[in-house]
Design a protein around this ligand. Structure first.
Ligand SMILES: *Cc1c(COP(=O)(O)O)cnc(C)c1O
Length: 510
């Protein structure tokens, strides 16, 4: 856009990060709201400063509730760390940020500046990325379903298409032929053998199929002429290092073989799933699940709404099922996890050596873990009411889809920011008695809870206070957001720390 700089000026505004911002202790901010079994969030300094300042309320007033506030400093740090790890192994390495984990366009500016790549999952994501000046050779398209239009844009711009199935391959090849161009593709492989079982997946080509029918696949009409196989990709659910090692061990000999058949395979892409932690303390994490199990067995009061199991169920004093929640505390994470993967044994070599000695480029597509520390979601308290059982329901201007993934719950304790008060502590204590209960949202269903966990507000909670959901940039703020009841979507603003300004993300300007 030619008028970009003028436009930027009008949306950028100065804010004063004022008040008691200097002190760096987190105790105060967290103590106003905790789970009845606490799960205390990791917080970035910029989040703490905003929460301890005085301007959160006016920002929500101006942009609406809920409001997503973001910052790219941790994004840069998280990316740099992965390059560092690869560099220390002298690996030919590249990173493609999985855009679907957050829709804000400001992250693309950082990617372009750093020279990293982008993994796109839809045509709008691709068009926006190209428009941002990121060239096609810095983009991979992993969309789960690809329309002919999407394939066309990919081929036109030299975007590497990660092919999921035979139809997609055939159609991409046909379109490339029609355009008299060549489609750059990577094959997505799945259903690897791991510890005696098959890693089930709905994505990609079963590796057994690639092993047995690769030739027929690549020799089809159009395919041999209009398709260039430049890479092999997989993306596994979860974050298990050993599963990824199994996948790499199965793929490397196939890559060797396909190269001898003349396919110019340059890279192995290991997808995303790099783990991160939301919590500071592993003991809180284990205590929570212990207490939750006791609650499910009727040995203590519930820690979740109506004793929701979060994937678990108690039968005869036994707990069954699997936690349907992101592992909010885990180790190793991020760079350390990546190191562990590269140092894993792969035949007689380490994974890093096996890749290096083949002159392969190692690629990855992390989303969530790059956004660790990059965002938080703020909503205003609109009502409180007490149920007959004594539990309080706290109503926020926000709905469930604005802080959710496909899991049962986001298990991290939110922060409670009290509205500015001038009254004496005595009358305050009278007006703000300690309360316990649940955060509920704006969609008209009985199940519309913003969090399933029960919270304690030792200094009460009032209309006009704000609840902050920390560390929501990866998936939580955008992946499921919907406009049911025609509520507008939450606005997204970036905090520029060095200039002390706030800027509306381009995704919200049109
Ligand atoms: C979602 C996705 C990613 C990103 O996964 P994270 O868990 O956010 O790192 C990468 N690649 C593909 C193909 C995906 O579908």
């Amino acid at each position: 856009m030619s008028d970009k700089s003028a436009h930027d000026k009008s949306v950028e505004k100065s804010i004063s990060i004022s008040a008691n911002e200097t002190e760096n202790s987190t105790g105060d901010v967290r103590s106003n709201c905790q789970g009845v079994v606490p799960l205390s969030s990791r917080l970035e300094p910029w989040m703490l400063r905003l929460c301890k300042g005085t301007q959160l309320g006016s920002l929500v007033q101006e942009y609406g509730s809920p409001l997503n506030i973001l910052n790219d400093r941790a994004f840069r740090r998280n990316i740099a760390r992965l390059y560092q790890v690869a560099e220390s192994q002298q690996l030919h390495f590249d990173l493609f940020f999985a855009r679907k984990s957050n829709k804000c366009l400001a992250f693309l500016d950082v990617i372009r500046e750093l020279g990293s790549g982008v993994d796109v999952a839809s045509e709008p994501e691709l068009l926006q990325t190209l428009k941002k000046g990121i060239t096609g050779n810095r983009i991979v398209c992993t969309a789960a379903v690809k329309s002919p239009q999407l394939l066309d844009v990919c081929i036109e711009n030299n975007v590497t298409i990660v092919i999921d199935n035979p139809d997609e391959l055939r159609i991409a090849a046909y379109i490339a032929c029609q355009k008299n161009q060549v489609a750059q593709i990577a094959l997505r492989a799945s259903e690897f053998e791991h510890e005696g079982t098959t890693l089930e997946s709905r994505f990609g080509f079963p590796i057994s199929m690639l092993r047995n029918h690769f030739y027929q696949l690549m020799k089809q009409e159009h395919v041999s002429a209009a398709v260039k196989l430049v890479g092999v990709q997989f993306h596994l659910d979860g974050s298990c290092v050993e599963e990824r090692v199994s996948a790499i061990r199965e793929l490397l000999p196939l890559i060797d073989h396909w190269r001898t058949e003349g396919h110019p395979i340059q890279f192995l892409d290991i997808g995303g799933g790099f783990p991160m932690s939301y919590l500071e303390d592993r003991h809180q994490w284990s205590s929570f699940w212990m207490e939750h199990a006791r609650a499910l067995m009727g040995q203590r009061s519930p820690v979740t709404y109506q004793n929701h199991g979060l994937g678990l169920i108690a039968v005869n004093e036994q707990i069954y099922g699997q936690r349907n929640c992101y592992p909010c505390w885990q180790s190793p994470v991020q760079g350390e996890w990546f190191e562990q993967l590269l140092d894993s044994q792969c035949g007689l070599n380490t994974v890093a050596d096996a890749i290096k000695k083949r002159n392969l480029e190692l690629r990855c597509e992390p989303g969530r873990s790059l956004l660790d520390g990059c965002g938080m979601t703020v909503a205003r308290v609109e009502y409180r009411k007490q149920r007959t059982n004594g539990d309080w329901l706290i109503g926020l201007s926000m709905n469930q889809t604005q802080c959710r993934t496909s899991s049962d719950d986001f298990l991290v304790d939110p922060l409670l920011i009290q509205s500015q008060v001038t009254e004496s502590s005595q009358s305050l204590a009278r007006k703000r008695p300690p309360m316990e209960g649940y955060l509920v949202g704006a969609y008209c269903t009985e199940s519309e809870l913003l969090a399933l966990r029960k919270f304690r507000f030792p200094r009460g909670i009032s209309v006009g206070d704000h609840i902050v959901f920390p560390n929501t940039a990866g998936y939580l703020m955008h992946f499921r957001e919907s406009r049911s009841h025609q509520f507008p979507l939450a606005k997204n603003i970036f905090l520029n720390e060095s200039q002390n300004t706030i800027e509306l993300d381009e995704i919200d300007r049109s």
